[in-house]
Design a protein around this ligand. Sequence first.
Ligand SMILES: [Zn+2]
Length: 71
Amino acid sequence: MKRIYCNKCGHEIKFINGIAHEDYVFVSKEWGYFSQKDGKTQEFVLCEGCVEKLEREFAIPAVWKDTTEML
Ligand SMILES: [Zn+2]
C-alpha cells in the first residue's frame, strides 16, 4: 500500500485499512504560462501541524468557514 508523507516534516500520514485516520492537505498545482514552471504540475502533502505552523507566518489570516456536511 502506498504511504503518504508530509513533504515539509516527513511525518507519515496514518492510514488504517486504506482510510486516512488523520487529515492532511494535498496540493496539486498546474503551473501556467506566467510562471517559471509552465507545463509542470507540482504536488505535495502537508500534515495538520505543518499547516498550522505555515498559517502562523501568514501576513493576512486564512479565511475560515463552517463546513456543512452533506448527509
Ligand atoms: Zn508536517
